[in-house]
Design a protein around this ligand. Structure first.
Ligand code: GDP
Length: 424
């Protein structure tokens, strides 16, 4: 059985926690896109972790974790994350890296930083992990695959040729120092030794696992609205966080993905620039931000305060549609327990017209939220484990969202820990 856990919104929906929970019954947990630009927060018996590149199955000894061909592999980050697990006494996880995955090179991180600086006030709010330059190069066919590490002559030649290209931009566009291909080659070759035991033909392995009916969990990063084709372009990420792309980025037949769990917050948050219709500001936002997440809504990668907003049914319905969600996990419901009434954005008003269809970016900037106010429950629900035991107002809120989104809510997360979960 192949399941995908994906974001219905702008990312940070609590996918890490849900993956950690569902990994218990999985044989494989596979990342299929993105890199170390996002952070999945996981709190379990070993402590609190912000995983950037590692799949969220690394806390279970029975799980084989895979970085699929679609992932942007930053080997330095990978090594640091594994070190961090060791320091916190997590047993060494089973981790495999696809030989076809590509490597985030030092120039990707450098160009990400230089380009954001060049754009100044018009920057995209990148995490500066090199992801946009990485995927541009991949499709421009000047990427370095993991397998290249084991062909020194080819690697050396590729690095020299790419540096030639990059140095022109560094000189004329960014007025920055040249790259030294020999230094980069030496640095990258050191990685080959570290990564070698993890490198595998993951595609064949997964094909066999499917034949053997193993449980496979595909772990998405960010959310549907950050998809370069379907999201708030250009304020998107550079690879597709959609379940549809999981087939490509992990190497799985599309028809095998039977179960697509779209994770959505009971309110909204967003990092980076771009339109955000139900955004709130000032004290209203800071109160929600401080109460949100497990210790406030701050980026797991950058520590930046997240932009806050109320639940956006228009955006989430669209997010679930493009994800092809078969069920929804509603997270962070506990956070809303302080409100007398809870605003939910049910439609957008664009130049006097009311719409419940998610429009293109230019129209989103003009859109004003139309709110419906639902009664709050005004109590702590984090200790509740059965749906029936939730206060009526909380059940009504869940049902309202379920109807608005049009996909059954199967999981309600009411706290950051593994056991803060209600199966509906
Ligand atoms: P991800 O990138 O989708 O995994 O999301 P993040 O980890 O960046 O953000 C989710 C935040 O909410 C983290 O700080 C989690 O520990 C926390 N969290 C997840 N589920 C819940 C929940 O149901 N309630 C509360 N209060 N915090 C949660």
């Amino acid at each position: 059985m192949v399941k995908a856990i994906v974001g219905a919104n702008w990312g940070d929906e609590g996918k890490g926690k849900m993956t950690d929970l569902l990994a218990a019954e999985s044989d494989f947990v596979i990342r299929y896109q993105g890199g170390s630009n996002a952070g999945h927060t996981i709190i379990n018996n070993y402590g609190k972790f912000a995983l950037h590149l590692l799949p969220s199955g690394v806390f279970y000894e029975h799980v084989t974790n895979i970085l699929g061909p679609g992932v942007a592999v930053n080997i330095k980050t990978l090594v640091l994350e594994l070190e961090n697990l060791k320091q916190k006494n997590v047993p060494l996880p089973k981790l495999l890296v696809s030989e076809r995955a590509q490597i985030v090179m030092p120039w990707h991180v450098l160009f990400d930083k230089l380009e954001e600086e060049r754009l100044g006030g018009k920057s995209f709010g990148s995490t500066k992990s090199g992801i946009a330059p990485f995927y541009s190069d991949k499709y421009y066919k000047v990427g370095i695959q993991v397998c290249d590490l084991f062909y020194p002559e080819i690697l050396k030649e590729k690095i020299a040729s790419i540096c030639e290209l990059k140095n022109i931009l560094l000189k004329h566009l960014y007025h920055a120092e040249f790259l030294n291909p020999n230094e980069i080659y030496d640095e990258i070759s050191r990685y080959s030794e570290i990564i070698e035991p993890m490198v595998a033909d993951t595609t064949s392995l997964i094909a066999n696992a499917i034949k053997e009916n193993k449980n496979i969990l595909l772990e998405g990063q960010l959310g549907a609205l950050k998809d370069p084709d379907h999201g708030i372009y250009p304020f998107t990420t550079s690879s597709s966080p959609l379940a549809g792309f999981a087939a490509v980025g992990a190497g799985i037949p599309p028809h095998e993905i039977k179960n697509i769990i779209a994770v959505t917050k009971a309110y909204s948050s967003c990092v980076g620039a771009g339109p955000f219709v139900s955004e709130i500001f000032g004290e209203e936002a800071s109160t929600l931000r401080e109460r949100g997440g497990d210790a406030g809504e701050y980026g797991a990668t950058t520590g930046r305060p997240r932009r806050m907003g109320w639940f956006d049914a228009v955006a989430t319905r669209y997010g679930c549609t493009v994800q092809g969600a078969t069920e929804v996990a509603l997270t962070l419901l506990d956070v809303l327990g302080y409100l007398d009434e809870i605003p939910v954005c049910i439609a957008y008003e664009i130049e006097g017209q009311i719409t419940d269809t998610f429009p293109v970016t230019h129209e989103l900037y003009k859109a004003k939220p139309v709110y419906k106010y639902l009664p709050g429950w005004k109590c702590d629900i984090s200790k509740i484990r059965k749906y029936e035991d939730l206060p009526q107002a909380a059940k009504d809120y869940v049902s309202f969202i379920e109807d608005a989104v049009g996909v059954p809510i199967k999981y309600i997360s009411n706290g950051p820990r593994r056991d803060n979960i209600i199966f509906k």
